[in-house]
Design a protein around this ligand. Structure first.
Ligand code: AMP
Ligand code: GLY
Length: 437
């Protein structure tokens, strides 16, 4: 089997590693790939958004399946182009990818499908946006409707901060067309969860729920990023909760998409807030998440390729199997990330145990073949352990030993799981009154 993998980040390295470790005879081509992916695949320097180049490559190489990692080629219609030529491809069409590429489309879908989510007003008008801010009151969330690589969301603590965000997006056009329409959204309180669902449009198979860490700094402080770490499994992501999310969120959304001429195929990523009233959608993405994928795939026992082929055609309903224990991914980011990451720094990777994975994200080889940083998020380091605490300690220990000048990493990935256990341990050894205020 020949598979073309589109993308060159940590998510794609994890996909390449999993496909290769399931079946070492698989022939993988990556475009553009990276030095880590090159251990499992032949890399071709074609950009993920060069649809003509990718199509020519897939036809020339007689690729059996193309797997798309990032959202940009999906939003640009790579799946439509491949399918027109009868090529099997994993991912949604451009119309279905609107579930991520247009937050106002996703809100309309959820409204019509009866899917629980935050109340929101979609508008292109500054005054209408500010009226909505005053109506909702602070805290309130301002979101660019279009693709903004994680930079399009402001959780405003005051109405003044929210109005400033409205001015930046609609007035100054700080994000260009991605922010020419915005959502003013009610603030939701609760714990966040990422649930990935593989689907052929009708049959849907959930993966384990994972938790991302979007803020740059320990304690969930600092600016939003693409994600500084992730872990799985997550205690609140119980089988009962996942069933509830499938029944009330995933299936109604997939049904609406089918009935409205944009059946969603590939991987549907539900970003959820587990509120007091139950799970609500924060956002949908139309692809595997990064870095959750790097945490999930090393835990997954079920082979991946049949699932990707199924989602690109007809998916057989089945339950995935997972290793026991936990997985934690720590991202090592460059100095200056997320605003202006420094690239070109020398990078050294320490030796690691067999069940620790150093997934390359923003790396490259310089003319002397030395490994250097080449992006904001440089590595994602996944370790397994008996529980989140152990996996986190192992992942962090390797991240600390990575050689990269000015590197940034969070040292508290999985803190919610670890804190919860500390509370549980305390309550089992102390009289319960010790926990009362
Ligand atoms: P998004 O790109 O839509 O996932 O938003 C980025 C992050 O902003 C989310 O992971 C949440 O932490 C936060 N966020 C977005 N929308 C809301 C909301 N309505 N209420 C609370 N937090 C939100
Ligand atoms: N982990 C966030 C994302 O992939 O969008």
């Amino acid at each position: 089997m020949k598979v073309l993998l589109v993308g060159g980040g940590g998510r794609e390295h994890a996909l390449a590693w999993k496909l290769h470790s399931d079946d070492p005879s698989i022939e993988l081509i990556a475009a553009p790939g990276n030095p880590g992916i090159a251990e499992h695949a032949r890399c071709e320097t074609i950009a993920p958004t060069d649809l003509d180049g990718l199509l020519a490559l897939a036809q020339r190489e007689k690729v059996g399946l193309t797997v798309v990692g990032p959202e940009a080629p999906l939003a640009a219609g790579i799946v439509d182009r491949f399918r027109e030529r009868g090529l099997a491809i994993f991912g949604p069409t451009a119309a279905a990818a609107r579930i991520e590429s247009s937050k106002s489309f996703a809100k309309r879908m959820m409204g019509e499908a009866g899917v629980p989510t935050a109340r929101a007003v979609a508008t292109r008008d500054i005054q209408a946006a500010k009226r909505a801010v005053r109506e909702f009151g602070a805290p309130v969330v301002i979101k660019a409707s279009g693709l903004a690589a994680g930079k399009g969301v402001v959780v405003a603590q005051t109405t003044a901060e929210a109005e400033a965000a409205v001015d930046r997006l609609l007035g100054e056009r700080a994000l260009g067309d991605a922010g020419s329409e915005i959502l003013v959204e009610e603030f939701m309180e609760g714990e966040e969860l990422s649930l990935f669902v593989l689907t052929d449009g009708a049959t849907a198979i959930p993966m384990l729920a994972a938790q991302d860490h979007k803020r740059l700094l320990d304690g969930d402080a600092g600016p939003n990023t693409g994600g500084m770490g992730a872990y799985a499994p997550v205690a609140i992501g119980t089988p009962a909760l996942v069933r509830d999310v499938m029944d009330r969120i995933i299936h109604p959304s997939l049904r609406w998409m089918r009935e409205n001429g944009s059946a969603f195929t590939g991987l549907l990523y539900a970003g959820l807030m587990i509120t007091r009233e139950g799970p609500k959608v924060v956002e949908f993405n139309c692809r595997f998440g990064d870095p959750e994928t790097q945490a999930l795939l090393p835990l997954q026992v079920s082979p991946l390729l049949p699932l990707l082929e199924g989602a690109a055609g007809r998916l057989v309903d089945s339950a995935l199997t997972w290793r026991s224990g936990a997985s934690v991914t720590t991202v090592v980011a460059a100095a200056g990330y997320p605003d202006s990451p420094r690239t070109g720094d020398e990078l050294t990777i320490p030796p690691v145990a067999a069940d620790v994975h150093v997934f390359h994200a923003g790396t490259a080889r310089d003319p002397a073949d030395k490994l250097v940083s080449a992006g904001g998020r440089v590595l994602s380091i996944t370790a397994l352990g008996a529980d989140v605490r152990e996996a986190a300690a192992r992942s962090r220990e390797v991240a600390e030993r990575v050689g990269l000048e000015g590197k940034q990493l969070r040292r508290d990935i999985g803190w919610r799981a670890i804190d919860a256990r500390a509370v549980a341990d305390a309550s089992s050894t102390r009289p319960s009154s010790a926990l009362q205020p």
